[in-house]
Design a protein around this ligand. Structure first.
Ligand code: CDP
Length: 220
């Protein structure tokens, strides 16, 4: 069974997806982490973000692994190296949408995501899971929240990770990524027609988890 959870940054996708996966004993696949890992590699190799040819060649020659820990946390490996923490840095966040908008890069990553999800029951979170990666997913959700609330959430999250961010910088990042992710030509951020839309602005994580769980049980 595949459960797809899409939506913009700060809507609560990854927190909810992780809890749902743990509750059901499913594999959790954070697809954003895949694009973040690629972005880290591009920076480390000094590849210009506009050099699409080199970026595509790099993506073809990259191995990304996602490992679910027993305690429910996810570890990300880039060519065998644990990059779980590094990929959350602002330098990655700033560039990730420019890399993830490249069509060929998405095609290469599509194969990886489908391979990961086809081996076991999985919960995937991202931008295009219900529309492109697993359009046949049994359950699809689109989590959303008002812009300002998403900014506050992400700000608090990054502060907890001891990142030196300001509200303004988080606001700029979210506005920029929302815009690039929603307007790109290939696999833009969009609610699938058959996805359940949940506005989480005034909901706690527990409330969102309950609502999602309710819908999943209905489907059984
Ligand atoms: O955690 P956050 O919501 O900040 O973002 P993420 O899920 O880590 O994704 C980072 C970026 O990867 C997004 O802003 C998109 O540009 C890209 N992404 C994508 O294009 N398609 C996906 N399925 C997941 C992420």
């Amino acid at each position: 069974m595949i459960i797809a959870i899409d939506g913009p940054a700060g809507a609560g996708k990854s927190t909810v997806a992780k809890i749902i996966a743990q509750k059901l004993g499913f594999f959790y696949i954070d697809t954003g982490a895949i694009y973040r890992a690629l972005t880290l590699k591009a920076i480390e190799e000094g590849i210009d973000i506009r050099d699409t040819t080199r970026l595509i060649a790099m993506a073809k020659d990259t191995e990304i692994e996602l490992i679910n820990d027993q305690n429910g946390s996810l570890k990300v490996f880039l060519d065998g190296r644990d990059v779980t923490l590094e990929i959350r840095q602002p330098r990655i966040t700033k560039l990730v949408s420019d890399i993830s908008k490249i069509r060929e890069i998405r095609e290469i990553m599509l194969g990886l995501q489908r391979k990961l999800g086809s081996t076991r029951d999985s919960v995937l979170d991202g931008r295009d899971i219900g529309t492109v990666v697993f359009p046949e997913a049994e359950k699809k959700f689109y989590l959303d929240a008002q812009f300002q609330e998403r900014v506050y959430r992400r700000y608090r999250e990054l502060r907890q990770l001891s990142q030196d961010v300001t509200l303004e910088s988080v606001e700029d990042d979210l506005r920029n990524r929302d815009s690039i992710d929603s307007s790109r030509e290939f696999a833009p951020l969009k609610k699938a027609d058959d996805a359940i839309y949940i506005d989480t602005t005034h909901m706690s994580i527990d409330e969102v988890v309950s609502k999602v769980t309710e819908h999943i049980q209905k489907a059984k």
